[in-house]
Write a protein that binds this ligand. Structure first.
Ligand code: PMM
Length: 370
């Protein structure tokens, strides 16, 4: 018999003062939650779900059996954990408001920008510089397509695609992440000047990656994907997609800690679009605040993904910007720390307006007159 416990924020508050202190700040972000579901699972089945205001959560945790109480206590503290900035070379990325990560896929077949930049280093760099100028905090460079059924790429080719681009961007002072699940490519990218590892297999694909990341002392993004070998989209069967992804990310976080990676260098990502149906992707987006309970910064990537096409008359990837913006705003609202997107200027502007709204809510002290 396996018992597991989860604390899911189920109501977001406009500001802490609107709840007169009865709200907690999620992950040091600009999102506050005022109500929570305390969910108990036994062997994968939900056996109880209590809905509680913030002030009632500690008492409900105390009433749990000892084993579950300790885990719930940890999640309750982790929901409010404030994350230190990420150091990327000379750049410091503060995680107290959503940052935009610009995507640079140097691949022949990524679903939305495949082939645009392969063997055209100038075009790739121009695009990267345009994203930086538009306000991208970091550029995510990838040399392997992760779309369903994509042909495997030889790691020598992957390395050849990403290294020159990274060298150039690092010399220009940009913060760079390497989107790869192969230790040899990650190693080459770090030597070329990359600052962050973005591994869509959560370091399960290549057994050499955890030690390499630990030794390098760089931050790592652990993304959920159900398949871990050749096809990341394999094997997407869930009892409850939100809680199953939570469990898997907790295991990945713990494996990273066991490998010697510092806690404040681990980021998590629910892996929107990887081995998930439309309904499962939507459930994850709606439940995003629960992932703060893992105590790590959250990266969110839904830009131009298929779920948008599925909801919007099957528009092709290059026409999914409006839906991508909607999902970015939803993620910001949930306190996501980094948004991985194709449409950088548009997302940055959406975030500027969103930030204005948040600031206005935080400084609204309107009260009943005495
Ligand atoms: N999605 C893709 C590739 N890499 N990395 C992270 N951390 N999260 C994602 O959601 C993610 C990723 C696939 O999308 P693309 O083909 O548009 O790059």
């Amino acid at each position: 018999m396996t018992d597991t416990i989860y604390i899911r924020p189920i109501a977001l508050a406009e500001s802490p003062q609107s709840e007169e202190g009865g709200a907690i700040r999620l992950g040091g972000s600009l999102a506050w939650a005022s109500r929570f579901a305390l969910i108990h699972r036994r062997d994968g089945r939900i056996v109880s779900r209590q809905r509680l205001g913030a002030r009632d959560v500690p008492g409900a945790i105390d009433a749990l059996p000892a084993g579950l109480a300790a885990e719930a206590q940890a999640q309750w503290a982790d929901l409010a954990r404030v994350h230190p900035p990420l150091q990327c070379g000379g750049r410091v990325l503060r995680l107290d408001q959503p940052l935009v990560m610009g995507i640079l896929n140097v691949t022949p077949d990524s679903f939305s920008d495949g082939g645009k930049f392969l063997d055209k280093p100038e075009t790739a760099l121009e695009h990267a510089h345009a994203m930086l100028e538009a306000g991208a905090a970091i550029i995510d460079v990838g040399g392997e397509s992760t779309r369903p059924g994509a042909a495997a790429v030889w790691e020598g080719d992957e390395e050849r695609r990403v290294v020159p681009v990274i060298e150039h961007l690092a010399a220009a002072g940009a913060a760079i992440s390497i989107d790869s699940r192969r230790a040899s490519v990650i190693g080459a990218a770090l030597r070329a000047g990359a600052h962050v590892v973005n591994d869509v297999s959560a370091m399960r694909h290549d057994p050499r990656t955890p030690a390499l990341v630990a030794q390098s002392g760089v931050p790592v993004v652990l993304m959920h994907a159900p398949g871990d070998a050749s096809d990341l989209h394999d094997d997407g069967t869930y009892r409850d997609v939100v809680l199953d992804v939570f469990d898997m990310l907790r295991d990945s976080r713990d494996a990273a800690l066991a490998a010697g990676i510092a806690r404040n260098r681990i980021l998590i990502d629910p892996g929107i679009g990887f081995g998930k149906t439309l309904a499962e992707n939507l459930a994850l987006v709606n439940a995003l605040p629960i992932f703060h309970a893992l105590g790590q910064p959250i990266l969110f990537g839904a830009s131009r993904k298929r779920l948008i096409g599925a909801l919007a008359g099957e528009v092709p990837a290059h026409r999914r910007m409006p839906g991508s913006l909607m999902l970015a705003v939803q993620a910001a609202q949930a306190g996501a720390h980094i948004l991985r997107v194709h449409d950088v200027p548009e997302t940055v502007q959406a975030m500027q307006v969103w930030r204005g709204l948040r600031d206005a809510a935080l400084t609204d002290f309107s009260q009943i007159a005495d």
